[in-house]
Design a protein around this ligand. Structure first.
Ligand SMILES: Cc1cc2nc3c(=O)[nH]c(=O)nc-3n(C[C@H](O)[C@H](O)[C@H](O)COP(=O)(O)OP(=O)(O)OC[C@H]3O[C@@H](n4cnc5c(N)ncnc54)[C@H](O)[C@@H]3O)c2cc1C
Length: 311
């Protein structure tokens, strides 16, 4: 792999940049961090192992990170680095959009690996909901890449923070903040998870699954259509490529066909038990134990079995 002279990291008011730094370091002899946000963030980034820090100054009250998108675009277009890496967060994507607009590039998202091959930046990405990998080669201009930002980087000897005037910002202001209502569910740490899918015929029938989850001492989860189609369960409860990834000891997949977009979220479960009335359902290829049957009779029987086993 060759090394290009400069890679730039865009920091969106959060110094947790280990993922960005790890990706940038092998690609370039110099890694420059362009920091939007508070001085404390710029100071933490300056001690994270980058070679230069350029900071746009303390944002005024009510100025969101996103307002700096044109400023970030101008700074990076002037430097014309070969690679720009930013966080795949909501704010990060807006800033990278500013870079893409200023450098006439596209923002590459879903990136799983990044390398240089001669003059070309080679970007591997997950596409089609994560079921395929695609390789793009950026043959000229700037490669603008959104990546998982990672964690905070242990501090070392700091470099100087260079303050620069951002120039004109976008005319957006934060006028109010509201904390969104939290759904009291922590699927990530649940040992047993009961997942329900479109095999369920009516919302009221969720009571059957709630009873099974309670009997098994687990949490209730679902496939995406139940949370984003009919909205019978909260979005925080759906599992899969675009939902939650879980690692329980036991996952019960009930009335779920077992499409790949769902199953990638449960692959790390220790044991998967599937209940489905269709013996050819794909879920039976991915489970440890399968029960072919009508969930309306199997679920109450399972709940009774859990209760008797626990008593
Ligand atoms: C880009 C993209 C991202 C996606 N992300 C996700 C994601 O993160 N998570 C996710 O879940 N999906 C996701 N999907 C959707 C996914 O492809 C499937 O459409 C979805 O998972 C199907 O949900 P399901 O299994 O509940 O429904 P279905 O596929 O309709 O399956 C219902 C199953 O219930 C069975 N059944 C019916 N009646 C009974 C009964 N009485 N007793 C027992 N079994 C019965 C049927 O045999 C069938 O197998 C995504 C799709 C795309 C394109």
């Amino acid at each position: 792999m060759n090394v290009s002279p400069q890679a730039w990291i865009v920091v969106a008011d959060d110094a947790s940049i280990s993922g960005l730094l790890e990706a940038a370091r092998p690609l370039a002899t110099t890694v420059v961090a362009l920091v939007v946000g508070r001085r404390s963030v710029a100071d933490a980034v300056a001690a994270s192992g980058v070679d230069r820090v350029v900071w746009f100054g303390e944002p005024s009250d009510g100025t969101p990170v996103e307002a700096y998108a044109p400023a970030v675009g101008r700074a990076i277009a002037a430097a014309a680095p070969r690679v720009v890496i930013g966080p795949a967060t909501d704010a990060g994507r807006v800033l990278l959009g500013g870079v893409a607009a200023a450098t006439q590039a596209v923002v590459l998202v879903g990136v799983t690996s990044l390398s240089l091959d001669g003059d070309q930046v080679v970007v591997e990405r997950a596409v089609n909901g994560g079921i395929a990998l695609r390789t793009d080669r950026v043959v000229a201009g700037t490669a603008v890449v959104a990546l998982t930002s990672g964690s905070a980087v242990p501090s070392g000897a700091p470099v100087a923070v260079e303050e620069t005037d951002p120039g004109a910002l976008l005319g957006v202001r934060v006028t109010a903040r509201r904390v969104s209502e939290r759904v009291g569910v922590d699927l990530g740490s649940a040992k047993t998870v009961v997942g329900i899918g479109r095999g369920l015929k009516a919302r009221d029938d969720l009571a059957l699954l709630e009873d099974l989850a309670q009997a098994a001492g687990g949490e209730l989860a679902c496939s995406r259509p139940l949370a984003e189609g009919v909205d019978w369960l909260a979005k925080e409860r759906y599992i899969g490529i675009s939902g939650q990834t879980i690692t329980p000891d036991l996952y019960l997949a009930i009335g779920i066909s077992g499409q790949i977009q769902h199953m990638v979220g449960v692959r790390e479960a220790k044991t998967i038990v599937a209940v489905n009335s269709d013996p050819k359902a794909p879920v039976f290829r991915e489970c440890d134990f399968g029960i072919v049957g009508d969930l309306y009779s199997v679920v109450p029987a399972l709940a009774a079995a859990f209760r008797s086993a626990r008593s």
